[in-house]
Design a protein around this ligand. Structure first.
Ligand code: ZN
Ligand code: ZN
Length: 254
């Protein structure tokens, strides 16, 4: 299995793109601006989009994906998310004002997209790949995703703040291999992190102290404007784990 970061930044600028991860060539986790780096041919291969939450840096290009591929696909794109996230998309994006409701736009006998509600902590299996939404704390209902079915498991937690109920679920993943976790802001923005449901380096450290099994840890979702400070502050953390930084375009094999 291949997991590619099309975008894993917390904001755009300086060539960075926001959250979108491609699993093999047909499953997407989030549809931030990183999705726009794919060719049209590659976009047409995406059959499933799993959304972590409704924030624009994670859903911005979903309507544009539906529009770009509608006449080129033989079946709908299935959008998987929790009910609050899908309700938010229905109310605020696919509402015929911001953009058409692509569930109602038919081409060659099929709609552009279908919605599929996921339940927290219940896996959805697609061709041997298993994705499970794990609830995390953020300002709106949000899940991290546990990706299983390959050589080890991957958990990607973007976005989140202090999330006590998240860690027992992660600690129960026997074959955990990769943990991708956010640090959106620098230490000077601790108050903003608390207000906006994110982590800064000291909060990341306190969260990682709850991790009870080895994993390769990668930081994601850094704000472009604060990246240098975040990297410096994480490098200076007193913690046993080696912490690396995922970059747009990076591929993890599992
Ligand atoms: Zn968010
Ligand atoms: Zn975000």
């Amino acid at each position: 299995m291949q997991f590619q970061a099309l975008g894993c930044s917390g904001s755009i600028g300086n060539g960075h793109n926001t959250t979108s991860f491609l699993i093999d060539d047909d499953i997407l986790i989030d549809a931030g601006s990183g999705l726009g780096t794919l060719s049209l041919d590659a976009m047409c291969k995406i059959d499933h989009v799993f959304l972590s939450h409704s924030h624009i840096d994670h859903v911005a290009l979903l309507p544009l994906l539906a529009d770009a591929t509608l006449s080129l696909r033989s079946k709908p794109i299935v959008v998987h998310a929790t009910k609050p996230t899908l309700d938010s998309l229905s109310d605020h994006v696919f509402n015929w004002e911001v953009y058409p409701d692509f569930r109602e736009i038919i081409s060659d006998g099929h709609p552009a997209v279908n919605f599929s509600v996921i339940e927290p902590n219940k896996p959805v299996s697609i061709g041997g790949r298993h994705l499970t939404g794990i609830p995390v704390e953020h300002t709106v209902p949000t899940v991290a995703y546990h990706l299983a079915g390959g050589d080890g498991s991957l958990v990607v937690a973007t976005d989140m703040t202090i999330s006590d109920k998240f860690w027992p679920v992660v600690n129960a993943i026997d074959d955990l291999r990769y943990l991708l976790i956010e640090s959106a802001f620098q230490e000077a923005r601790l108050g903003l992190c608390q207000d906006s449901g994110h982590l800064c380096p000291s909060m990341l450290r306190s969260e990682l102290l709850k991790l009870e099994r080895p994993a390769e840890i990668f930081v994601v979702h850094m704000k472009s404007s604060a990246e240098d400070n975040i990297r410096r502050e994480i490098a200076a953390l007193d913690i046993i784990y080696e912490i690396r930084f995922l970059a747009d375009g990076d591929i993890l094999a599992l």
